[in-house]
Design a protein. Sequence first.
Length: 209
Amino acid sequence: MTAFRMPAEWSSHDGCLMAWPTRTDLWGSVLDDVKEEYANVARAISEFEPVTMVAPPGFGDDARTVCGPDVTVIEMPLDDSWFRDSAPLFVLDGDGRRAGVDFRFNAWGGKHHPFDSDDRISGLLLEHLGVERIHSDMILEGGAITVDGEGTLITTEQCLLHPNRNPDMNRDEIEAELKSRLGVDKVIWLPYGGLLDEETNGHVDGVCA
């Protein structure tokens, strides 16, 4: 099996994936303001690298109108707009060949419904991009981990050991899956992320990135 490793967040990359906000039960009356802020971020990034905005079917024209011509918009089934957590985690081999790890997603322990489209979005994106898919049955959000690209991963017990994620896996099994799929050699477990963070149950990106 080819050895893949997840690069650090600050490594050079070829583009940015974003998801268009449409969930009215989350944003309510500020949804239009949120769309404008997402578009501002997308336009700023597009000055430096290509940006692909994924919008739910029927919302592509809305995203194109707000984001402008420098942002590529595609339509795919979506539930929410947090690609840091639901999109694939990309890994590289020693020759720079890219693959994407498709972890399961359950909306931060079933806090928002539905989430079945977001659980499938990684596989759909990898197929659309023509990138090799590496499947994992483990539930994991991207914000729950951070890596240095040199073999070390940092996470929190508060999140990854929470019973609403992978109740049938113990700490050793979770650590083994992280090492296998993301190519890390060492996992550092912090006890907590944001201690009062009940939404993500303590993602590490709240305290360490």
